[in-house]
Design a protein around this ligand. Structure first.
Ligand SMILES: [Zn+2]
Length: 489
C-alpha cells in the first residue's frame, strides 16, 4: 500500500484508469472501462485507454465508479462540533438550542472547531464543495474563525454569512461585517453568500438585507417554507420587491403553496432539499414530488450533523424514498396504484452533482468533461461484496454505495483522499479541538442542562384497546399441545 501523504504528489497529472465513468454531461453519458485524466486543476480528457503525460500518477479504477465530486448546498458546519447531540430533536427543540442556549455560547474557536471537522468530513465522503450556512457569526471574530477552518482544508467551500443572534437588516449594515466581506472577495475555492430568513412581516424589514447582498454582489440563501417559521408571505414579499433571482437558493421550501412554487420557477432559483432534515425536524414534507410539476431546479443538502449525517449518499437515498413514498401514498388515497416511479436514481445523482453546481452558478463543476474543474470521486471498495456486480451505476451510487466506499477524492486536481484515507489530515488535532469545544459547552451549561438538551421528554403513547384478545388461544399455542415456535419441549 502506498503512503498517501507522500506518494500522491501535488502538481503531477493523475489518471483514473478503467472505471465506469458517470460523466454527468448534458447527455448523461456513461462510459465503461474508461479513464479520466486530470492535469493541473482541470479535467484534461475522458475516454478509453488515454495517452497520458510522463510522470502521471496512475490510480486503478477498475471495478469502481468515477463520478463528479458531490455538492452540499446547505450545511451548518459549525454545529458539527456537537455531532449527534440532537438526534432525537424536533425543530422546536433545535430552535431552543440554537437561538437561546448552546448556540449563544459558541466562541469563535468553537465555530472553527465545528467547521474543521465538518470540512474534513465532507472530503472523506466525496463532497468536494460544501456551502457552510454559517448563521452563528455573532462577531467578525467568529467569521474569521469559520473562514480559517475552511481555508485549512483542501476542499471547495462557500461561506454563507449569517447571524441568528441579530436581525439581518442590522448585521448586514454592520461596518465590521462589510469590511470582512470586502477583505475576502469570492474566489474559485472559497465563495460567499448572504444567509438569512424572511419572516413574512408585511413591513418587509429584510429589504435592507437584500439590498446589502445586492450591493455586495452576493447571492442570498434562505430557509423558505419551514412550518411555523417561514411561509408564502416571505416568498411573495421577495418576489414583489424583485429579490428572487436565478442565484437565489430556497432551503427546504417544504410548506409552500403552488403560487410560491410558481414564483420560484418563474425566477429560476434552486430549491435545496434536505430530506434527512425535513423527515425528522418537521419543516414539511420533502417537496421533490411537488416541485417537478413546476419544473424547479433541485439541489441536495444535509443541513446539520448535530442531528443527522453529512453524507450525500444518504441524501440521495432518503430523497428517493420520500418522493416515492409520497407518490404511493397519494395514489393509494385515491384507490390507485403507482406503476412507474417519476424519480429515478439517475435524477438524484444529477441533483447531488450538477444540481449543486447550477445552484452555485458554477458551470465548471458537477461534470467530468474536458475543461471542467477536476473535482472527482472514485467509488471503489474491493474488500466489500457490495462493490459487485456493477450492473446499474446510478442505482449503485444511490442505493448501494456509502462513504466508506469512497476510495479516492480529488479537489481542484489535488488528491485529498486516496485508498480510503484522507491525505494530510491531522485528525488527532481536529478531534482535540472538537472535544475542547464539547468540554467548554458542557461546563458552561452544566451537566443537568446538557443531558436534558440531548434527551427531550418522551411523549406517552397510548396503546389502544384491542377487541381481539385471544387469551385462550395464546395460552394454548405457547404452552399447549402444539408447543412453542421456538421448539420448546
Ligand atoms: Zn438549515
Amino acid at each position: 500500500m502506498t503512503n498517501p501523504d507522500t506518494d500522491v504528489a501535488a502538481g503531477r497529472p493523475v489518471v483514473l484508469r478503467g472505471g465506469t465513468v458517470l460523466t454527468m454531461d448534458d447527455a448523461h453519458t456513461v462510459l465503461t472501462d474508461a479513464d479520466v485524466l486530470v492535469d493541473g486543476d482541470r479535467i484534461a480528457a475522458v475516454g478509453p485507454r488515454l495517452e497520458v503525460p510522463e510522470g502521471t500518477v496512475e490510480i486503478d479504477a477498475t471495478g469502481g465508479i468515477v463520478m463528479p465530486g458531490m455538492i452540499d448546498t446547505h450545511r451548518h458546519m459549525w454545529q458539527t462540533a456537537m455531532r449527534a447531540y440532537g438526534a432525537d430533536w424536533t425543530l422546536t427543540q433545535y430552535f431552543v438550542w440554537n437561538y437561546l442556549e448552546h448556540g449563544r455560547k459558541f466562541r469563535p474557536e468553537d465555530i472553527g472547531a465545528g467547521n474543521l471537522v465538518s470540512a474534513w468530513e465532507s472530503l472523506e465522503a466525496g463532497v468536494t464543495t460544501t456551502v457552510d450556512w454559517s448563521h452563528n457569526l455573532q462577531t467578525t471574530d467568529h467569521a474569521e474563525a469559520a473562514l480559517d477552518a475552511l481555508r485549512a482544508v483542501p476542499g471547495r467551500f462557500v461561506l454563507a454569512y449569517g447571524n441568528i443572534q441579530a436581525a439581518p437588516w442590522v448585521w448586514t449594515a454592520d461596518p465590521a461585517v462589510r469590511s470582512f466581506l470586502a477583505a475576502n472577495p469570492p474566489g474559485d475555492m472559497l465563495g460567499f453568500q448572504i444567509a438569512f430568513d424572511v419572516t413574512g412581516d408585511p413591513a418587509f424589514p429584510e429589504k435592507a438585507a437584500f439590498e446589502a447582498a445586492r450591493e455586495l454582489g452576493l447571492p442570498v440563501t434562505t430557509h423558505a417554507g419551514v412550518w411555523g417559521a417561514t411561509n408564502d408571505d416571505g416568498i411573495r414579499l421577495m418576489h414583489e420587491n424583485g429579490f428572487m433571482t436565478p442565484q437565489s437558493i430556497y432551503v427546504h421550501a417544504a410548506t409552500l403553496s403552488a403560487d410560491s412554487y410558481q414564483r420560484i420557477a418563474a425566477t429560476g432559483g434552486t430549491i435545496s432539499v434536505a430530506t434527512e432534515s425535513e423527515q425528522s425536524a418537521g419543516q414539511g414534507y420533502p417537496p421533490t414530488w411537488q416541485v417537478r410539476r413546476h419544473d424547479i431546479a433541485v439541489a441536495l443538502s444535509m443541513d446539520t450533523s448535530v442531528w443527522w449525517s453529512g453524507d450525500l449518499f444518504s441524501a440521495m437515498r432518503t430523497t428517493l424514498g420520500a418522493d416515492r413514498a409520497r407518490e404511493h401514498l397519494e395514489a393509494h388515497m385515491k384507490g390507485e396504484t403507482v406503476t412507474h416511479h417519476a424519480l429515478r436514481a439517475e435524477h438524484v445523482v444529477d441533483w447531488a452533482t450538477r444540481g449543486g453546481a447550477r445552484a452555485l452558478g458554477r458551470d465548471d463543476l458537477g461534470r467530468l468533461e474536458p475543461g471542467c474543474k477536476a473535482d472527482v470521486v472514485l467509488i471503489k471498495n474491493d474488500a466489500s461484496p457490495v462493490s459487485f456486480p456493477l450492473v446499474n451505476p446510478y442505482g449503485h451510487v444511490a442505493f448501494q454505495a456509502q462513504r466508506g466506499d469512497v476510495h479516492t477524492v480529488l479537489v481542484n486536481g489535488r488528491v485529498v483522499k486516496h485508498e480510503h484515507r484522507l491525505v494530510g489530515a491531522d485528525l488527532g488535532a481536529v478531534r482535540r479541538t472538537a472535544e475542547a469545544t464539547v468540554d467548554y459547552l458542557r461546563s458552561e451549561l452544566g451537566d443537568e442542562a446538557w443531558a436534558a438538551g440531548m434527551n427531550p421528554d418522551l411523549p406517552t403513547t397510548e396503546v389502544l384497546d384491542n377487541p381481539y384478545q385471544y387469551t385462550e388461544f395464546k395460552s394454548e399455542s405457547t404452552h399447549g399441545a402444539r408447543g412453542s415456535i421456538f421448539g420448546e419441549g
